[in-house]
Write a protein that binds this ligand. Sequence first.
Ligand code: NAD
Length: 472
Amino acid sequence: MSDVYQAIANSAVGKKVFSAMNLPIPVTLERHEPGEVSFVKGKVLVGAAAGSQAAAAVLATLKTAPQASVVTLSGAAAEAEINAAAAAAGETVTGYTPDREDGEKFKALVFDATGIRNTAELRAIWDFFNPVIRKLDKCGRIVVIGRTPQKADLAQRIAQRGLVGLVKSLGKEVKKGAIANLVYVDDGAESQLASPLQFFLSPKAAYVSGQQVHVGSGDFQAASFNWQQPLAGKTALVTGAARGIGAAIANVLARDGAKVIVLDIPPMADDLKQVADRIGGIALEADITAADAPKQISDTARAHGGLDIIVHNAGVTRDKTMAGMPDKFWDMVIDINIGSEERINQQLLDDKTLNDGGRVVCVSSISGIAGNMGQTNYATSKAAVIGMVQGMVPVLAERGITINAVAPGFIETQMTAAIPFAIREAGRRMNSMNQGGQPVDVAETISFFASPASQGVSGNVVRVCGQSLIGA
Ligand code: NAD
């Protein structure tokens, strides 16, 4: 769906008029273009609190960015540590002394806060960000790396939890399409940071801001990984893939190298076939609520060597307030949006047609986080999806399988096109980007979770909502 307001605001005349009236001008977000390097391009300023331990992983990851140059603050407490990490990674780092007037711009600011052990040491954050935050470029990236609070001692836990407020506020301050995100890493799991760093520093995270991801231990080896085709050799199944977000997920997973089985209901067969033909995939007509659907999906998976990735995307809304909701609306939404997913997962696990080291990615919604008037059925189902993600982590971990969810905010699809105008406009503008997201933004986040590189990433819910004010 086109956003007329954004188009006018970005025209030559519109820019002048909207600025004069103090109206927000939604920036045209930089997104990943096919054939381009999918990582950060430009200068990356790296800083750290004294005693931090993620710098080696950060520098090793940046070493794989062919179009990035690394800079660090001259004279900062952790300068020597960063230089040592850079030397170990074979990366060249330039020293930089901030000057308000020098016109310097950075594409990304990365701050390793893992060394912060108490609230007094939070001061290191101000020392790093205060002199350089204005120098973040349009569509810039901020990544803060912290220690998992739940696994820290009390003083460190308190201080590290503070980082959530930091990135959420930075995300609201930076504007111009820039984003800020937080990665909590377990002590000793730093080698698993490559995948979230690649994602949050790239154009693929265009509509993801104010979010946190937890990274635990894993056996992913970054050394010879092909970041341009991260899903090469993998087989994926995407439900609800005939249109909207599901079709975008199928496109992105295929672009990233996966063989994709696309599933949708029989009445969508023509659209489904078009998606399958476009990506060289396989179309599977099925209603996921049908009694035989889990078996049909499992048998199809087996015929293709088992699934490495399943994306539970199919979902519906049937909005009514609780008082006016017919029971069939309740039953239908719960069964499509969560019940069928539970049954399919169980069948795939029983039949071992979800391969070891597999990925389960679910589509929740900010409605499941914040609740929404007229959506008791939908919000219940989408909150239950989060419960399923959290509950299945330990069960799946035994076989090296991860499970995560995305929670889209306002995404431009036929589902949101059906929302009445005034509510639709509010949904579009009430976020840090002043615009709706695109289906591809959700798809990129799903591909990040689906990657073999995300072995240490399980049990997360990442909102793809441009930092929506709803439920924030
Ligand atoms: P959409 O209506 O455009 O597409 C949903 C697809 O799911 C359709 O092709 C539909 O035929 C299919 N589907 C529905 N019931 C099915 C069934 N029983 N079996 C198989 N397929 C079935 O919706 P969308 O906007 O692309 O949404 C995709 C997912 O994202 C949904 O889970 C939705 O709840 C979620 N979501 C969307 C938004 C948004 O802003 N669009 C926001 C939050 C969450």
